[in-house]
Write a protein that binds this ligand. Structure first.
Ligand SMILES: [Zn+2]
Length: 234
């Protein structure tokens, strides 16, 4: 094998490794995006629960205030009724009706307060549970994120090392051959391929006999007349 061909193969080997590492980077970056999304969702979910709890708590406070006001009205009505100030039976019956209505409202409001209280307590418990669960999950996701960042760092370092190595190889090759190689690499991942019998393994087409012979001799650089790849003997 000519020395140039050997160097080209080494170059191709490095380029394929760089390609594979770049694919790994894309995959890991996607994983990072996914984890960040999960973290945001966790946060939004918990925020929503807290918001609901706040709403429930406000409703409870409103109802409790309303109940207090109602109780005061009721007390005032009772005082009036039993004060002895009212002597007319008609007026008395009106006051009694008012009191009945107030009692009814009070009873239904008391039911509401109990329901709201239960609702708020339930939400609070849920928040406590979820907060614990979320913080554990968040911890795990952050660990994973950290690990992925470290892996990315390692891959990036490895790529820069390979790129430096690549520069050295390129510097040792004739400029014209490098240009051809780079041009081929824009089309194929493997600008250097093998001759299998009389067939180019890159494009699977038969190569003219003269070229086959030249490849077998291994003295000069031969390119496949069909696809242009550099041909190497097996
Ligand atoms: Zn070919």
């Amino acid at each position: 094998m000519s020395e140039i061909l050997e160097t080209l193969l080494a170059l191709q080997d490095i380029d394929l490794k760089i390609d594979s590492e770049k694919r790994k980077i894309i995959k890991k970056e996607e994983e990072i995006v996914d984890i960040n999304k999960q973290l945001e969702e966790l946060k939004a979910n918990l925020e929503e629960k807290k918001h609901n709890f706040e709403k429930a708590r406000l409703q409870l406070a409103r109802e409790e205030l309303e109940l207090k006001e109602l109780e005061e009205k009721l007390k005032a009505a009772k005082n009036k009724l039993y004060s002895g100030e009212i002597s007319s039976p008609k007026e008395l019956s009106q006051w009694e009706k008012t009191m009945e209505k107030l009692e009814e409202s009070k009873s239904s409001l008391e039911d509401s307060v109990i329901t709201s209280l239960e609702n708020a307590e339930e939400l609070q418990e849920e928040i406590q549970e979820k907060t614990q669960f979320y913080s554990q999950k968040e911890k795990n996701l952050l660990l994973l994120l950290n690990q992925l960042q470290e892996e990315l760092e390692t891959i990036r370092k490895s790529i820069s090392e390979k790129e430096r190595e690549r520069e050295k190889i390129i510097a040792s090759l004739p400029q014209e051959i490098v240009s051809t190689y780079e041009e081929l690499r824009r089309k194929f991942p493997d600008p250097v391929t093998y001759l299998s019998g009389e067939t180019c393994e890159g494009c699977n087409l038969t190569v003219p006999l003269a070229a086959v012979k030249a490849v077998r001799k291994g003295e000069e650089l031969v390119r496949c007349p069909n696809c242009g790849r550099f041909l190497n003997r097996k």
